[in-house]
Design a protein around this ligand. Structure first.
Ligand SMILES: *Cc1c(COP(=O)(O)O)cnc(C)c1O
Length: 392
């Protein structure tokens, strides 16, 4: 089955529910057992089986299981776990596979809150954290230690959009007995399948493109069979669970992911190309642009581009930047991305980086291309750049 079909049919069983097309929203905490025998059986099964069970609102309810089934099918994994946010998916996955005394290697260009979790929480539990140059590729081997348990990757990088050579990193990591985790929020499993490229722990902030409408938070982790039980057990021990309404919205978003993502990607490239030709622009950071440093890796491994990229503007005053941002009509100023509406926020990678410092002069803006008409968006950008020049 091709992905476009999978996202329509997976995780649905209409005839188990009177023919209703979408999975029902199960508002639940208690799940009743029909008999004492079944109660005993479920208590035993929950410790032994790796098959989905409907047990309790926190430990597996039908709406969550339907979404997880669909995500696992799309990722090509054994099963998937849904979490109440992308960050919860990241932290729960890391708690699962790390223990005191272990060492983790994390990309220096990683999503900021993941870095704060590693620095403030993992270190408190006795896990050693080392950041590495996102462009390191197979050179990761030189940083690996006896107790390196996870190599954590993300491509393209948050804010700066560097690509990573995931297969090369995975090859070395596996040879040295480490697992590879990847934050694949940008591409989604439609444009890059982590598990097919050597990744063991595929992580997604479904809040972004899967939900797709800026109206719910959700995270997903997918693994192969050998890692799934541990992942599920940690989620249960930590009390991670998703609300039925939010996970319903995530499964609904998934059905249209392919058409939305294609449009986000096309519009994003149009904006990127237009910006590249402007005198106010120093650089456009977008791996699908042929002259981007990450383009070769993107072409080799990815099958499409999302609508999120960054633009580095020539330095001006902060007042000029404010004049641009405050007057935008279509680009909202807010965090997160992946919804139908366009967004623009300043980025400050120099505040985080420690291994590969970000030293570019100028103003970095992260742009999320929404589903509006591309020409209208370009007109908004053009007016914004003019305001910035005038206030310069
Ligand atoms: C937003 C984001 C997350 C976290 O997702 P939340 O649902 O906001 O917790 C993780 N990784 C990346 C790359 C993101 O952009």
């Amino acid at each position: 089955m091709k992905d476009d079909t999978t996202i329509v049919v997976a995780g649905r069983a209409p005839h188990d529910n009177l023919g209703v097309v979408t999975p029902p929203v199960s508002h639940t905490s208690t799940i009743l057992r029909p008999s004492y025998a079944r109660l005993k059986e479920l208590n035993q099964l929950r410790e032994t089986t790796d098959q989905p069970l409907v047990l309790y609102g926190r430990a597996g309810h039908p709406t969550a299981l339907a979404f997880e089934e669909a995500m696992a099918a799309l990722e090509g994994g054994f099963r998937a776990m849904a979490y109440p946010s992308g960050l919860a998916a990241i932290t729960s996955a890391l708690f699962t596979f790390l223990e005191a005394g272990d060492h983790i290697l994390i990309s220096d260009a990683v999503y900021g809150p993941c870095r704060r979790f590693a620095d403030d929480v993992l270190s408190k539990f006795g896990v050693e954290v080392t950041y590495y140059d996102p462009l390191i590729g197979a050179g990761i081997g030189e940083l690996m230690r006896e107790r390196t348990r996870i190599v954590y990757t993300e491509a393209p990088a948050s804010q700066t959009f560097e690509m990573q050579d995931i297969p090369a990193i995975a090859e070395v990591a596996h040879r040295r007995g480490a697992l590879v985790a990847m934050d694949n929020t940008w591409a989604t499993p439609l444009y890059f399948k982590p598990l097919e490229h050597g990744v063991d722990i595929s992580i997604l902030a479904a809040t972004k493109y899967i939900v797709g409408h800026s109206d719910a938070m959700m995270g997903v982790v997918t693994t192969r069979r050998e890692h799934f039980m541990a992942l599920q057990e940690t989620a249960r021990r930590l009390g991670q669970s998703v609300g039925p309404d939010d996970v319903y919205l995530a499964q609904r978003g998934l059905r249209t992911l392919s058409v939305r993502l294609r449009r986000h990607g096309e519009t994003g490239l149009k904006l990127a190309e237009w910006l590249r030709g402007r005198p106010e622009v120093k650089q456009v950071l977008h791996p699908a642009l042929p002259d981007d440093p990450g383009h070769a890796l993107w072409r080799r491994d990815f099958t499409g581009a999302a609508g999120l990229f960054a633009v580095l503007l020539q330095p001006t005053s902060e007042t000029a930047l404010a004049a641009m941002l405050d007057g935008m009509e279509l680009f909202g100023m807010g965090y997160s991305w992946g919804g139908y509406e366009s967004l623009m926020v300043p980025g400050h990678p120099q505040r985080f980086r420690t291994v590969r410092p970000y030293r570019e002069e100028g103003q970095l803006l992260r742009i999320h291309a929404g589903l509006e008409d591309a020409d209208d968006l370009i007109a908004d950008l053009k007016a914004g750049l003019a305001r910035r020049q005038a206030a310069g």
